[in-house]
Design a protein around this ligand. Structure first.
Ligand code: IVH
Length: 723
């Protein structure tokens, strides 16, 4: 495999060729997400270039691929005057419809369009939550990267920006000519997964005793910190990304510059020059399509790999942009339409400790109510003791709370108290001084040594972050959670058995374990609060109906640690029956697809315990049953090993339903399209994922196509054919 690694020619020719190859492969890898060569081959090319440059240090240019690793340490950043000012955008925070409508009305009025004129063409883009950046290319080579600063004067952060893989150091001119001067505007940001990985690394460094390291509050802050690093080698370790969204100074057509009629055309040119342009960018005709775009991206917001805080609408025609011009520092041709903020500040009123189904103790901050991510939040998880201590959250603190999508709200960080007025001057002692003193903080948090619910000992196993109550089903909190887990729709589906009822049943000692549910009679139920005869009868009917189930559902319902729905399905498929599974050795369990040592051990331990076997026997004795035999999974595994992506609105199935069907057939549902995607299931108003699928040549099907797939005969891998 030496085809790429061509040793021919003199050193200078080899240097040229290596640079060119590395520029090309960096673009494939970082921008197109479609590497053409293995990483190891890239590394070999890179090392060959490094070796050549070591022999010829005078050849090292700022656009050499070796410069991406950083190295220079600066005293400070130079100042850059933006030849075309970097403007800000007017923000609409209004509702979906009125925000877009107000903008469209202003644009139409300014352009003196009448109602009989056709809808205005717009480009709608995500509003990336990062930092604005200006990239200046001369003769196709990156010569300068500058922050926005105050819009007139920014800071020269070239050394750090060169370390970003997605920023081309040299522009290819094979797809379209590169103008002599090209200033690209865009956003430097950090992907969410990169942010999580960075913070994890930082935590490990801190744990290992590294000085001066810290974790970051959110991707935006982490990106801002990296861009303003004086040591570019450190910046190089921070995983930054880039999206281009516009142009600054460009040589005029007379001097070889391009002529664009629309903003969208310029974005397509940016893509040809090797810049990442978001696949979420869309052309919209008129206000209705803007509203639909805002709604669609809002719904997909949490599935995007990066944070956005809204969308940006831009008039597409550049002659119209020029006609509309600016008011103060904001263009009249663009507007940002925000989504509800996902982070807000509030006060910690108390820190409680909750006990979960498996005994896990979770510290929870009780908060002064705050509206965040579209709902009022009063509780936020603090995950575990280490997290509380790391963030040093205490009662009385002002904190940042984050709620993204359906994820449980969490406390991100403590806001340091603002410097108090008069702090700087020495003040006389006395009551006056107390008025300005910072409010007292609560004590340092510590996990209780006894379970707050049942009083059993709390333990933290070596190497584990979690504390656990050792009370097992003796602990009423664990019993309640175990019952709720058993009853949930995806498990035994006992409609009407919600937390209020379970609370009463456990606290009133009517139900001690799972089998007791099936021993409930009308009279016992009638004694419960707010339980009318009708609802009691309904609950009994639901309990009766739940007895006929499937093995995967039953296994999931038992609440074995680490056994989710997918694992339960695999276990059922592999063993075919419960008795074989209960007697399986850890080695036999390891033979099950997708099951590793931790899960194998957990399943084995569960069924080795006499009381768990007893519960299973009692449930069977109460009439709980399912069909056994090979292939007892809910559905034939026709999609085993396949990855599908859902986009747009399907005519009949909800997204959850479609996902459940795919997973029941052994398939996986992913949030983003790649070459590895098997099918994209597209419904109405499908957006960028559909474009991406077409771009990559991935199969696109509709709802009917999905249903046809699901009902096709299973691939003959033996596992699903009854023996
Ligand atoms: S266009 C004249 N497009 O929003 C318009 N800006 O106030 C210039 N931003 O900090 C900006 N995503 O970095 C534009 N798709 C997008 C954007 C975007 C994020 C940021 C920009 C600046 C702020 C504008």
């Amino acid at each position: 495999m030496n085809a790429l690694f061509d040793d021919a020619g003199d050193d200078r020719t080899r240097w040229e060729r290596l640079c060119q190859q590395l520029h090309h492969h960096a673009h494939c890898y970082y921008v197109l997400d479609a590497p053409e060569i293995p990483d190891a081959e890239y590394d070999r090319l890179f090392q060959a270039l490094q070796a050549l440059e070591a022999t010829h240090p005078d050849w090292v240019t700022p656009d050499s691929p070796t410069q991406r690793v950083g190295g220079r340490v600066l005293d400070g950043f130079g100042t850059v005057r933006h030849r075309v000012p970097m403007l800000s955008i007017r923000t609409e925070t209004d509702t979906e419809a009125s925000g877009a409508q107000a903008f469209d009305e202003r644009v139409r009025k300014e352009l003196e369009l009448t109602p009989s004129d056709p809808p205005v063409g717009y480009v709608a883009e995500p509003k990336f939550d990062g930092l604005a950046m200006s990239l200046r290319y001369e003769a196709g080579v990156l010569v300068q990267a500058a922050t926005r600063g105050d819009g007139e004067l920014g800071e020269d952060v070239s050394a750090n920006i060169r370390t970003i893989g997605q920023v081309p150091l040299r522009l290819p001119s094979d797809r379209r000519p590169v103008p002599p001067v090209l200033e690209v505007r865009g956003e430097v940001y950090m992907r969410r997964d990169d942010f999580e990985a960075l913070n994890e690394r930082q935590r490990q460094r801190i744990a290992a005793g590294a000085k001066g390291e810290k974790t970051f509050v959110n991707p935006r802050n982490a990106a801002a910190g990296a861009v303003r690093q004086l040591d570019s080698a450190i910046a190089a370790e921070r995983p930054l990304s880039f999206f281009a969204y516009g142009l600054g100074e460009v040589s005029p057509p007379a001097d070889g510059g391009p002529t664009f009629a629309t903003h969208h055309e310029s974005l397509m040119a940016l893509r040809d020059w090797g810049f990442p342009v978001s696949s979420e960018v869309a052309l919209c005709q008129g206000v209705d399509e803007l509203i639909a775009y805002h709604r669609r991206l809002g719904a997909e917001r949490d599935r995007l790999p990066f944070d956005i805080d809204g969308v940006v609408y831009k008039v597409d025609r550049l002659d119209w942009q020029r006609a509309l011009g600016f008011v103060t520092r904001e263009p009249r041709w663009a507007v940002a339409h925000k989504y509800p903020a996902q982070e807000q500040m509030t006060t910690v009123l108390a820190i409680d400790v909750q006990v979960g189904r498996t005994g896990k103790l979770t510290p929870v901050a009780k908060l002064a109510p705050v509206f965040v991510g579209g709902v009022t939040v009063t509780n936020a998880t603090l995950h575990n003791e280490d997290e509380v201590l790391r963030k040093d959250v205490r009662v009385g603190d002002t904190v940042i709370v984050r709620r993204a999508g359906d994820v449980i709200p969490e406390v991100v960080a403590v806001v340091p108290p603002a410097p108090v007025a008069g702090d700087a001057q020495p003040t006389a002692e006395g009551p006056q001084a107390d008025l300005f003193a910072a409010p007292a903080r609560g004590p340092l948090f510590g996990m209780p040594s006894a379970c707050p619910v049942c009083g059993s000992a709390v333990v933290r196993e070596a190497g584990e972050a979690d504390h656990r109550c050792t009370g097992g089903l003796f602990c009423s909190a664990q019993r309640k959670q175990a019952l709720l887990h058993y009853a949930q729709r995806r498990a035994m589906d006992i409609e009407g058995l919600g937390d209020k009822l379970v609370e009463q049943m456990v606290d009133g000692d009517i139900v001690r374990g799972l089998p007791d549910l099936y021993r409930l009679g009308l009279s016992a139920l009638a004694r419960l609060d707010r339980m009318a005869d009708k609802s009691a009868a309904n609950l009994l009917a639901a309990l009766e109906a739940s007895k006929h189930t499937t093995l995967p559902r039953f296994l999931f319902a038992l609440g074995i640690r680490h056994v989710g729905e997918a694992t339960a399905r695999e276990l059922a498929r592999h063993f075919g029956g419960l008795d074989k599974l209960m007697d399986a050795t850890p080695e036999q369990l390891l033979e099950v697809r997708d099951i590793g040592p931790v899960v194998a051990d957990s399943v084995h331990t569960f069924f080795q315990q006499a009381h768990n076997r007893e519960v299973v026997e009692q449930l069977r004795a109460c009439g709980v049953h399912w069909e056994e035999g090979a292939g007892t999974s809910d559905a034939p595994q026709v999609l085993a090993g396949q990855t599908l992506v859902l986009t747009g609105t399907l005519p009949h199935l909800s997204r959850d339903q479609a996902k459940a069907l795919i997973e029941a057939a052994g398939g996986k549902v992913s949030g983003s399209v790649s070459k590895k995607t098997h099918h994209v299931v597209a419904g109405a108003e499908a957006g960028s994922k559909l474009d991406k699928a077409r771009e990559l040549g991935v199969s696109v099907i509709d709802e009917a196509g999905l249903l046809a797939l699901l009902s096709s005969p299973p691939a003959a891998d033996g596992a699903d054919t009854p023996g």
